[in-house]
Design a binder for this molecule. Sequence first.
Ligand SMILES: Nc1ncnc2c1ncn2[C@@H]1O[C@H](COP(=O)(O)OP(=O)(O)OP(=O)(O)O)[C@@H](O)[C@H]1O
Ligand SMILES: [Mg+2]
Length: 389
Amino acid sequence: MSAPRNPFTPSFGGTPPLLVGRETEIADFERALDDGPGALGRATLITGLRGVGKTVMLNALEDVARQAGWLVVAETATRGLADRIERDALPRLLAEHDPEAEHRRVAGVTLPMGAGGLSTTVDARYRPSGTLRSLLERLGAVLSERGSGVLITIDEVHRREIEDLRIVTTAVQHAVREGLDVAFIGAGLKPNINGLRGDALLTFLRRSHVLELGQLHYAACVRALDEPVRDAGRRFAPDALELAAQGTQGYPFLVQFIGAQSWIAAGDREVIERADARAAIARARIAMAQYIYEPTLAALSDVDRSFLQAMSEDDGPSRIEDLRARLDATSGFVGVYRKRLLDDGLIAPAGYGRVQYTTPYLREYLRSEGAAAPDASPIERGFGPEPGH
Ligand SMILES: Nc1ncnc2c1ncn2[C@@H]1O[C@H](COP(=O)(O)OP(=O)(O)OP(=O)(O)O)[C@@H](O)[C@H]1O
Ligand SMILES: [Mg+2]
């Protein structure tokens, strides 16, 4: 018998062997599909930290839609987004589902001589065309009549593609206004979503339901680690399971990563031991640097980074007043940066006048980085001019 395969999916966008802790969100979307065109959840923006499970959630909601008999157009916000939907996705779906298209297809078929009836050959050249808006409305109308609809999903939404997003969301908005069964879900990091919702022309997105994904509960992490291992024919020793689940800190990416590494550390053994889980957690912290902290910090301004760095001196939540002193800044500056990091989801309030990190092990990472790069001292970089001065 061949060795059982590692069941975990420690890769971005990888569908986990067991999706945990998102039951409410999934049920809400099922209801939104049942409720009709006015339902709030039919226009949703999924947001949250890197690795929290936005793409996985998007895929899960696409599956919900498919199970309800809907068609899905799944896209990513990269160059040419609107064109791809207008020239490729919608024409393809219309050619397949529009009875009108069927009619024209049959009319375009040349009957083979002597054939007893209509050939089923389709004219592959037949392509419905029009604007994204007219095609979407046509598809929406065809499907609504049959009691189904079309869901458009766009992952990694970003201001960079704002023109295309405007075209797509305007088309969706019109279709919804016409009472058609058209739904939209976008997913992206918090700063990117915030950047779009601030745009006056994107009313549709501003009014969308925002689904902010957070960390998982401890019990959910235990299940997400335990069940896939059992299904694969092995098991965690109870103390190993507890340590591994604690090590994830409720962070979905770490559930998969620590699960996968624990499995690897156990080698051929049937039981994953505590030492395996410990080794996995040590590796996870290195992986977090590469996949999470570095891209996250690279997207921040120097002062925002300095703020996070200054927080790392504390063993728990940081007092704003202490940060102000460490950064040698006025409370006005500190307030501005505090708010931006809160909006980006990188810190969270922790009682009056205090903030804490939201990303697991970030403190430990910044402490080691700070030691390695003394130039990164926040005081040397200095703050910019106070707003309004
Ligand atoms: N609810 C969940 N239960 C178990 N594992 C999950 C869950 N959600 C996500 N994961 C796992 O977490 C990892 C990250 O998920 P995903 O790629 O969806 O994150 P993301 O938020 O889209 O990240 P990014 O911001 O980098 O695009 C994947 O390995 C995925 O399998
Ligand atoms: Mg993603």
